[in-house]
Ligand binder design. Structure first.
Ligand code: CA
Ligand code: CA
Length: 170
């Protein structure tokens, strides 16, 4: 991958986290993401599933801040993201999966997980769109999420795909 392509991918990842688009990643971006998912799937923030999602979003933020917010100002700048998060997540994708898992678990719940804890690819696509991913990309990613082709997306498939997406190779 050339450096322009690498920069483009990093910018896309940063933009995914910077949900409110104000140029840095903060706690508000995570609660914004939780609110967007609740709205998309008609869950209230006070419902059991909604609460789990907000708790997962806060844990995700705390984990990301612990990795990347080097100056401790409760904001992850683009530089902190590139220098801290991207490098450390690449070195340790399991750690990233661990940080993101409670949020992803709760997101699957809000998106209508069956009793087996899986969702249909179409629901995964709706979730991605609600988080600002363009429709064509969201649909392609959601279909690819069903790695074993059984027509359902499991939590493990989501966690693995998420970690792969954010651990950008140099
Ligand atoms: Ca932001
Ligand atoms: Ca900072």
């Amino acid at each position: 991958m050339d450096s322009a392509e690498y920069e483009r991918r990093i910018a896309a990842r940063f933009a995914t986290f910077d949900q409110d688009g104000n140029g840095y990643i903060s706690r508000e971006d995570f609660s914004t993401a939780a609110a967007a998912l609740c709205a998309e799937f008609d869950a209230t923030a006070r419902s059991e599933k909604g609460q789990a999602l907000y708790i997962g979003a806060e844990a995700f933020w705390q984990g990301m801040a612990g990795i990347a917010d080097r100056d401790g100002d409760q904001r992850i700048t683009r530089d902190e993201f590139v220098g801290g998060a991207v490098k450390r997540l690449r070195d340790n994708p399991e750690r990233f999966a661990e940080i993101a898992r409670p949020f992803l678990h709760a997101a699957i719940g809000v998106a209508g997980a069956g009793t087996d804890g899986t969702v249909a690819p179409a629901e995964a696509g709706r979730a991605l769109k609600a988080l600002g991913v363009p429709e064509d990309v969201a649909t392609a990613v959601a279909d690819a999420l069903d790695a074993d082709g059984d027509g359902r997306v499991s939590e493990q498939e989501v966690v693995t795909a998420f970690a792969q997406y954010f651990t950008v190779p140099e």
